[in-house]
Design a protein around this ligand. Sequence first.
Ligand SMILES: *Cc1c(COP(=O)(O)O)cnc(C)c1O
Length: 451
Amino acid sequence: MAGMHDWTEETDALAEQVIAYARARTRLDPIPLNAPRTSEELDSICGQTITADGIGGPRALELFADVLEPASLSVDYTKYLSFVPAAPTEAAVLFDLVVGACSIYGGSWLEGSGAIWAENQALDWVRSIAGMPEGTGGVFVPGGTIGNLAAMVAARHSAQTTRPDPGSPWAFLVSAEAHSSVKAAAQVMGADVIAVETDEQRRLAGPAVERALAEHGDRVCGVVATSGTTNLGVVDDLATLGPVCRAADIWLHVDGAYGGAALATERTRPLFAGLEHADSFIVDPHKWLFAPFDCCALLYRDPDAARAIHAQHAGYLAFLDAYGDWNPSDFAIHLTRRVRGLPFWFSLATHGTDAYAEAVDITLDLAAYAADAISRLDYVELAHEPSLSVVAFRRIGWTAEEYQAWTEATLEAGLAFVTPSRLDRAPIFRFCFVNPRTTTAEIDEILSALA
Ligand SMILES: *Cc1c(COP(=O)(O)O)cnc(C)c1O
């Protein structure tokens, strides 16, 4: 009898079905929003899927297609404007299938040299648009949370090796607008986070950091700036932060998980002036650079500084150290890794970087259109002038409960996915545009539904 690792006629038929399914989903237009279901509902529809004999591939695929995928939201749905959505290119999605098929271990150069070389070319494009110097390098990690943690661990280690022990936990200076993952990372590290006030444009800037350093300097091991806050798309004042950090010999990490993609176009690149001073930088291609989940580009100005704390050493790994000089496992908290930068690389190589600039431009146009439409309507008002592709606005006169109820109703009706957020403790809505397939007519439709 054939085992589960043998390719049989049945496997062949299953391959046709799986590939046909992936192909059909990739080209689906329009893409449905889908809707969540409760665990009880799914139990009663699907029953027990894990059995001693197996239910068979065709049945499992059928359950996925008919029940499970429809119970999972499509982040590439054109009216999914909550959080930070995603809009992977066809090329990137298709190549993700290839990555899965190839069983490449992405932790060491010995095992993954070809794939890692390609990932490094993609990382180097990110480096070049960020204006960071040659020699900068890093690795693709699962997301901004892990990217921030890895960079902050390297920042603290750098302080530990060059500065006297402060006698209390090391601390990071961050703005109140920093992403929740920065605080989470500090917590994992047992480090402190010191909030620094922002300027009138809600940016973290040099003078405030200088004042905070005067007060807490002995124990500050890094500044975490944000280049594109998740809530409003605000880019911190990197041009004044860089010199302050340099002068104090403090690590500057820049979190561009969402907004870093705006470096791809000349239109918004000037907002990032000063990024060249960063010691580390992240951007999530799975957010606004059209790659599938999960993919965060993590860069270090001095890769050795990251290697010094992140490289794992053991007898069974020593052989890898002797071979090749670029082991991606050395740059974050991981060992085994999927070569998750490859779908991004394949799409970049396929389409060229101009296509990325154009696609980001389209989403910036959508944000400008939405901001303009909002300023013309009398029942909504802008909460903040957009600089990237986030448009934050208020529904005049609504309570937090009304925001919530509207979101639930529109999700249920499959009309849109726009969740409320908060600004200065008051509810707001925000549109986050990362999908070039979204149309201005769809924006009008959502705004009308808010009337
Ligand atoms: C999304 C986001 C993160 C977290 O990234 P994940 O990929 O979700 O882990 C961190 N920082 C900012 C600014 C973000 O927008």
